[in-house]
Design a protein around this ligand. Sequence first.
Ligand SMILES: Nc1ncnc2c1ncn2[C@@H]1O[C@H](COP(=O)(O)OP(=O)(O)OP(=O)(O)O)[C@@H](O)[C@H]1O
Ligand SMILES: [Mg+2]
Length: 319
Amino acid sequence: MLFKKFLGIDLGTDATRIYLKGAGIVVNEPSFVAFNNRTNRVVAVGAEAKKMLSRTPSHITALQPLSHGVIADFDVAKEMLQRFLKNDRIPWSWMTETVVSVPTNLTEVERKSVEDLMREVGASAVHLIEQPLAAAIGSRLDVGEPTAYLILDIGAGAADIAVISMNGIVVSRRLKTAGDFLNHEIIRGVRDELKLAIGEPTAEEIKTVAGSAMPGGERLEITVRGRDVASGLPHEIIIRDAQVRAWLQRPLKSVVEVVKDLIEDTPPELVGDIYRNGIYLCGGGSLLRGIDQLIQKEIGVAVQVVEDPLNCVARGTGL
Ligand SMILES: Nc1ncnc2c1ncn2[C@@H]1O[C@H](COP(=O)(O)OP(=O)(O)OP(=O)(O)O)[C@@H](O)[C@H]1O
Ligand SMILES: [Mg+2]
């Protein structure tokens, strides 16, 4: 007799993660595809394609098939996923059912697009689960209990905020201010204040090496190279944590405002649960230094980053 195999997929703006029950995370690759425009063929996917970003010659284009967590280019997403699924660790067959995590508040058309994509790559059945719920399950919170949890998933393309109780989402918000937006604010700050033009990978490095949401004990700095805006020539500068913090202040404040707004819309009994249980942070954005402290200070509720915040959504789809 054949047993059904369940495959959990987190199709993220920045990364695709695939979880297989019993085996764990079997795919963890950047959601990037590089094309040769002359031959119209895919030259690389995943980490190799992401490395080409901002460095491609004119006949190569590196792109992301997902935008703000939503499929923006169906054909490219399909090509990418097909290649990720050609993996020795995945027993892909017609019996395979997939559980795919999706952002909250998707339109019917967007949900259908995810289902169509999965069927076209060979899934026999497709189940969708909202990302904050998957994150909570993946973090082993008691989501089935009559108590509420507030989950804040700060990804690359979007932040999803949801109050979860008894296996369902009670209220949720979604905003496009997330990791990619923070990078854009860094690019803008470096250009406007320090007169240096930099690309996305450098901005990402500045954020991870010298970025923070609150002043911490250690002083951080990073040396970066780019193009001097005035002379047009290569130039090198040192950037310090206080500068990066100032550039990130506005977008982080907007995330905090949306969390406050969501709590105002939450039934009072559940607000009491959230006070007791605390707020859970996940997604790559939760790795920004001091973001938990900032939210705790602004909201007045204990905040904790879940264990393995990058993979919890994928784990939750497969458990
Ligand atoms: N140490 C870090 N400090 C700050 N940000 C980080 C750190 N590490 C990763 N990130 C950011 O986390 C984001 C990626 O997170 P994640 O993998 O959760 O996104 P995703 O699931 O692909 O996107 P989405 O859920 O929005 O579709 C990127 O924007 C990245 O810059
Ligand atoms: Mg995500």
